[in-house]
Design a protein around this ligand. Structure first.
Ligand code: GDP
Length: 309
């Protein structure tokens, strides 16, 4: 799948091809630096990260005293890896945990984010990833606000082999669905319960109240253990407006990771760096299409290679 991302980024001439062309067109001069900077900005790396990277690149290339395109490209690769930060903990909670009373309870993963970003789809695909790893999984359809959301999640569950706990009542309390899902998860002894939440963007206070309640109620069902993971689903193609909305979620709830969807639909791979810096949370999953195998754990090295090839 990283191969597909690579093809996509290549086809649209993201960072890699642009810079490669610059570096192979001859000596590196002032214009080359300007053009590299422009290419990075075009790839949505963001002004801060671009400045940081350009400073490091200029300095290191000066120290190396080289004009060899391959050497410069290697320095660029190393600096991009630093920006993506491979040291961040990107592991996803995937096994049962011990509750305060000593019993084993499932890890609970809550999916949050604005409607249309791919939350339900990502929940389905994440179930698939877990099943492929040999985990047992249950879905909770706590997006009770949109009538079709529970149906959509259930359909995904059937495709990937995961049972969905849902309410038959429209506008049921999302927290009560979460409670039921966690309880069912405990009864069935599953490893992970993934809860899809509503993505209507009210104000920060409303969001805090709603997500906070789900968290508290799930923790009660978990006999005092905490939700292990809150994944913020973010659409890579939405730009600044999407970032603004994501920030509201990140402020309302303690996000532990980002699922960046629709990376197949953009040449602007630099968004990964941008999003991580802005929200201070690692990208853990990337969506590369609408199919059930189109979600993959984020690999920083593979990603940088994809950007540069
Ligand atoms: P939700 O409202 O946030 O639950 O969003 P959905 O899960 O319903 O997804 C909205 C649309 O985005 C659907 O048409 C999905 O198929 C599509 N989608 C989700 N993830 C990806 C992705 O990684 N790539 C592409 N191309 N489309 C995606």
């Amino acid at each position: 799948r990283m191969v597909r991302l690579r093809e996509r980024l290549q086809r649209s001439g993201a960072i890699g091809r642009g810079i490669l062309a610059l570096l192979t067109s001859g000596e590196i001069d002032m214009d080359t630096w300007d053009e590299i900077e422009e290419t990075l900005l075009m790839a949505d790396l963001g002004p801060d990260a671009t400045d940081e990277l350009m400073d490091a690149l200029r300095e290191r290339v000066q120290v190396l005293n080289t004009k060899d395109p391959d050497a410069v490209r290697e320095v660029l690769r190393e600096e991009l890896v630093k920006l993506v930060n491979p040291d961040l903990d990107r592991r996803l909670a995937a096994s049962a945990i011990e509750a305060p009373d000593g019993s084993m309870v499932p890890s609970v993963v809550m999916m949050v984010g604005v409607n249309g970003t791919g939350k339900t789809t990502t929940t389905g695909k994440f179930g698939r990833v877990l099943i492929a790893e040999g985990r047992t999984v249950l879905f909770g359809a706590a997006d009770t606000f949109r009538a079709a959301a529970a149906d959509q999640l259930q359909t995904w569950g059937e495709r990937v082999g995961v049972t969905t706990v849902r309410s038959e009542r429209e506008n049921a309390d999302p927290a009560s669905v979460a409670f039921d899902a966690v309880q069912a998860g405990i009864e069935q002894g599953v490893d992970v319960v993934v809860i899809d939440t509503a993505g209507r963007l009210q104000n920060k206070k409303g969001l805090m109240d709603e997500l906070g309640k789900i968290r508290r109620v799930a923790s009660k069902a978990l006999k005092g253990a905490e939700i292990q993971e809150v994944i913020l689903v973010l659409d890579a193609t939405t730009g600044q407006n999407g970032m603004q909305q994501a920030r509201v979620f990140a402020e309302a709830v303690n996000v532990t990771g980002i699922a960046l969807t629709k990376l197949d639909g953009t040449a602007k791979g630099g968004i990964v760096v941008n999003v991580q810096r802005e929200l201070g949370v690692p990208v853990k999953l990337v969506g590369l299409g609408e199919g059930m195998d189109d979600l993959t754990p984020f690999d920083p090295y593979g990603f940088v290679d994809a950007l540069l090839e």
